[in-house]
Design a protein around this ligand. Structure first.
Ligand code: J2J
Length: 547
């Protein structure tokens, strides 16, 4: 049974996935103990000077799970989890699985707008936060939200910032620690955790991932990536990103008996040093990070010879950049196309070099179904480009508590409309051609245009707003806002005033416009919708006049 508000796979389909041995009834909460039984003294996690064995990790997870129960966390509770790349992220995620609670993975860059929405939408009973992180007081935000939202009963603070004695709302994460308890197993077909959608709508959506589907995804990708006890995975990007968490990422590496090294951030400085000292064999980055690493490589004497594979995904990888990876970094390139919603495609070790540079590879599961359709939903002839639709054993059937959006985002027969434009080669490899969804992908961060537009419209003086991507060499795309201001008083907030206003509203920094331009009117299509094609073309035109 899936949590209320989720869309289960049809019984027949689920039966097929089980019958084929894809879904094996794995409870993610039971994994740390099973891993400890198999690899006890081996190193599971490395973070700075700290090295945590599999046995230690399982013990910490058991103690924290009991600690959460003592703090009143109940099976089925949703808990917003917002932590940087620290061992506690892994401990807390698995402890919550153990306790039957469902973490909602949030980004550390999220602010009041995003966290409030996640808490409201999920009806969160708890919020695990870093405390004071990169100059922002998350505890203060947690307190404010708890005052607004009656369902939010507990705030757990990693660094203890803002904790006061005798407070039963704000609790240090270190106190979430108790003698292990026998805890009931989870239903493997139920939601284990929620990932955040890259989004197309004004408000982000939650993606339910089940124990069975995520165990299948991570196991399959780990096997195809040849992971084993000798593998060392560097978590360079934020761990809560599906790419880093399970593609094969943290969960796939731990399932294989390997070691996960947590990098504080993806800078070349930090990561090159960790690759050298920890003998990292595999890591995953977005194209922007790969570009920065290539820029830094000639200036670094770090020994990167242990690195076997660099996975690159999350945004379009220019073939020119792809071609530089092996000669300049000395490792194999693996292109990955993925989405928190499910479907993953990857190039493989035995693919010919042309396929590795120019395609996003094949789906990871034989049971993944891909369709390419035209604007009317009809299949395009083989090889043609169109919207990619997909369904399969680890692709959601519906967002959480979003019936109206689900009616548009899925076909009647359960295919997810990805909003990506792609074609499929005769060998079955995916080639991403572009997007039809209204999203900006800025250095791998996904920004829903509609969300930024809604906030811009709330700024005094702005009467119309349209956000489009503009090409950028380093970030791939930047955020370009076209605005119409009220004519009578001629108020046209400057870019910095707009950014300040959006920050003031509590929007995460990575969603702030990079450029704003005032126009008398927004162009419309014959159907009366804002013509974003015209705006994108204007934004990208070097001769286009700017403020
Ligand atoms: C072009 N666009 C891509 C690629 C994703 C592995 C890797 C990435 C993600 C991810 C992920 C792309 N070329 N190679 O979850 O497990 C764009 C598409 C897609 C959207 C999904 C994983 N790889 N994209 O990026 O949920 O537009 O997942 O639909 O963040 O990123 O974004 P997200």
């Amino acid at each position: 049974m899936m949590l209320d508000g989720c869309t289960p796979w049809p019984a027949g389909t689920a039966g097929r996935y089980r019958g084929a041995g894809l879904w094996r009834g794995t409870d993610l909460g039971s994994l740390p103990r099973a891993w400890a039984d198999a690899h006890g003294t081996a190193t599971a996690l490395v973070a700075g000077p700290e090295r945590i064995s599999y046995a230690e990790l399982a013990d910490r997870v058991d103690r924290r799970a009991a600690g959460f129960v003592r703090q009143g966390v109940r099976p089925g509770d949703r808990i917003v989890l917002q932590l940087p790349n620290v061992p506690q992220f892994v401990e807390v995620a698995f402890a919550l699985f153990r306790a039957g609670a469902k973490p909602v993975f949030s980004l550390t860059s999220h602010r009041a707008q995003e966290i409030r929405h996640l808490c409201e939408l999920s009806g969160a009973a708890g919020y695990v936060l870093p405390g004071l992180f990169r100059g922002f007081d998350h505890t203060a935000l947690g307190r404010r939200l708890a005052a607004e939202l009656p369902s939010l009963r507990r705030v757990f603070v990693l660094d203890g910032t803002g904790v006061t004695d005798g407070d039963d709302l704000v609790v240090p994460l270190a106190d979430v620690d108790a003698q292990p308890l026998p805890l009931p197993a989870n239903d493997p077909s139920d939601v284990a955790f929620f990932l955040l959608s890259g989004g197309t709508t004004a408000l982000p959506k939650l993606i339910p991932r089940t124990h069975d589907d995520y165990a299948y995804q991570t196991r399959t990708v780990a096997r195809q990536s040849g992971l084993g006890p000798g593998s060392v995975y560097l978590a360079a990007l934020p761990v809560e990103f599906n790419f880093t968490w399970g593609c094969p990422g943290v969960v796939g590496t731990l399932s294989s008996g390997g070691t996960v090294v947590l990098a504080p951030d993806p800078t070349a400085d930090d990561c090159f040093r960790l690759i050298e000292t920890e003998r990292v064999t595999l890591t995953s980055v977005v194209p922007t990070v790969a570009r920065l690493w290539l820029e830094e490589r000639p200036w670094s004497d770090a020994d990167l010879s242990s690195l076997e594979v660099l996975q690159i995904g999350g945004a379009r990888l220019e073939p020119e950049l792809a071609a530089r990876i092996t000669p300049e970094l000395g490792c194999r390139l693996q292109q990955v196309f993925g989405m928190a919603e499910g479907l993953l495609t990857m190039t493989r070790p035995d693919d010919d070099p042309h396929a590795v540079l120019h395609t996003q590879g094949r789906p990871v599961s034989e049971a993944d179904e891909l369709r390419i359709v035209d604007a009317l939903g009809a299949p395009v002839p083989p090889g043609g480009a169109g919207e990619l639709l997909t369904r399969g054993p680890y692709t959601l059937r519906g967002y959480y508590r979003a019936p109206e959006h689900n009616a548009r985002a899925f076909t009647e027969d359960g295919f997810y409309r990805t909003g990506d434009l792609a074609s499929i080669t005769p060998e079955g490899r995916l080639v991403v051609q572009g997007r039809i969804k209204d999203v900006v992908i800025r250095g791998g961060d996904k920004i829903a245009a509609g969300e930024v537009e809604a906030h811009l419209l709330a700024v005094p003086g702005i009467v119309a707003a349209a956000v489009v991507p503009v090409p950028d060499e380093l970030l791939g795309e930047r955020i370009y806002a076209f605005l119409v201001s009220r004519a009578e008083d001629g108020r046209k907030p400057s870019l910095s005033a707009l950014k300040a206003a959006l920050q003031e509203r509590g929007l995460a920094d990575f969603k702030l416009p990079d450029r704003a331009e005032y126009v008398p009117d927004l162009p419309l299509t014959p159907l009366g919708k804002i013509d974003k094609k015209v705006l994108s073309a204007a934004a990208a035109d070097p001769a286009h006049p700017r403020d």
